[in-house]
Write a protein that binds this ligand. Sequence first.
Ligand code: COA
Length: 260
Amino acid sequence: MKYENLLITTDKEVAIITINRPTKLNALNKATIEELHHALKDLAKDKKVKVIILTGCGEKAFVAGADISEFANFSEKEGAKLAAKGQKRLFNFIENLSTPVIAAINGFALGGGLELAMACHFRVASHNARMGLPEVSLGVIPGYGGTQRLPQLIGRGRAMEMILTAGMIDAAKALEFGLVNYVVEQEHLMDLCKKFAGKISNNSPVAIGYAIKAINAGFNNSINGFEAEIEAFGSCFGTLDFKEGTTAFLEKRKANFPGA
Ligand code: COA
């Protein structure tokens, strides 16, 4: 598939998706959301790809939000549909992907941009990154999971402060809050993300998929996380990756996981 708003490159087992609308600070319009869905789906199906890094084009922005020009005239019904579709096609989709997605936050991550980063499995930021959910300043609230994932990541009080003030926090504050795992100079951002991707790639892709599923289960009110862990743990025992991982350990060699 040809993408108008994305650049996709692969480096060994790591795929990099760059949202490419720099003149609009990579704002998420409808087309970009659809393209991201398809790109992520295709990359997740590709067994050679073990990790996906998601970033924004240019030095200024990761993603400066949902494209305000697209929804400014929406009705209540259209607004609800926008949020429901976006959550399903992109934000929940990423969170539940069995291929890990790392957000490389290289500048502004605002509104839908921060929600996108929060849907990723973890986040690394550059020093110039600024993050916020400014929706209430536009008369709306976060609709792509922000009211749920922000308190999960940083706690309810801090999330209330960020959402109700509509303010931005800098990278240092985001690190203190646990919103991002690391902060580095912009020129080192991709290298650090690739370093994590390399470490992840050494492990069993099947076990990684189950680990993501079990971790996410604990944040889903309709699922018992401990039960989900037991089920996923048991499932690992039926995989070729488990046979290879345990055999390699006993034979004192590096595992070569078949990913099945
Ligand atoms: N939706 C649509 N367009 C956006 C956008 C968004 N969320 N964020 C930025 N853009 C566009 C601007 O309209 C501008 O386009 P133009 O050159 O055609 O006028 C371009 O990106 C550059 O943005 P600009 O505002 O000129 O850059 P800046 O450096 O002065 O300010 C921000 C940067 C991020 C502070 C500012 O763009 C901003 O506040 N954006 C909106 C953030 C937001 O509220 N996001 C949540 C949406 S729900």
